[in-house]
Design a protein around this ligand. Sequence first.
Ligand SMILES: *Cc1c(COP(=O)(O)O)cnc(C)c1O
Length: 360
Amino acid sequence: MTIYNFSAGPAVLPKEVLQQAQKELLDWHGSGMSVMEMSHRGKEYMGIQAQAEADLRELMGIPANYKVLFLQGGASQQFAMIPLNLLRGKLSADYVNTGEWSKKAISEAKKFSHVNVVASNADKNFTYVPAFDTWKLDKDAAYVHYTPNETIGGVEFNWVPNTGKVPLVADMSSSILSRPVDVPKFGLIYAGAQKNIGPAGLTIVIVRDDLVGHADPRLPAMLDYKTHADNDSMYNTPPTYGIYMAGLVFQWLKKNGGIAAMERTNIAKAKLLYDGIDSSNGFYVCPVNKADRSRMNVPFTLKDANLDGDFLKRADARGLLQLKGHRSVGGMRASIYNAMPLEGVQALVDFMNEFTKNNA
Ligand SMILES: *Cc1c(COP(=O)(O)O)cnc(C)c1O
């Protein structure tokens, strides 16, 4: 039986990548060592990290005046590092609240700064993207923070806000590499690796270099972007194995047509699943406004929540794993990141149609 894993994160990785890691596990390229056993200052590992960075720069078109940092602490640590590094003596930061992850970023930023919530979709239970012309932006804000894809609510921006001279900061944890992005529109992009990049334990930060070096000198070195930028992410031991795995994923992306090709497949996958939900005559319901539905995380409920347990049990028996929705939304959530093939989504839709017939 083919297994399809719909986990929101840590999430499915490309099978070819896992097979390559398996092949190289004990002896990387004839070095006689596992990547896990290598000094991070040795030439083998330094080469692996440099290649991973070069491949990411190529895939995303990251300009030379942006630093790529390989950090730890998850996206959650960035919720603190961003205000600690980017306030630059300013008194306030602008945040857009579109759901659970925005809320966490906001509550952390409030420890360090006045926070101006410039737009929110709380009035409709976090099911849409607030139109840009309703945002109450402050031209003196240190930066504008938003969450392009809300992993829990399944709400995704199909556009990039234009914040003028105020740096735009994006939590791309669950959407990075799923579609092309114009990096120069952003001051800082960050993402935990465990959704669309690699295993948990690695966090990637892409930051414009003029935004680095403004932290309070009393800030712990590990929380200062400058520490990591000045040391090529080797101030201390980086998460070496996670970076190696991310590098294999970047090579897999390049081999498969890059991000533009990935986006085409992601659009087809999302359409297949949302069409299945919308044509079920209300048996399945996705609460998110159609124009703002996520290509990566698809939440849906069953018309009768008493069927949830049976749905999950039968899906599991068919090899369709980890479909249980987040406790704050209920129902189901299918995460269909880059590594989920179209066949996996087709298998899910076939199962859903069958389940509808058996419970009509
Ligand atoms: C998963 C996720 C986070 C939290 O990531 P950690 O690496 O667990 O800290 C933050 N933001 C978004 C959008 C996420 O999907």
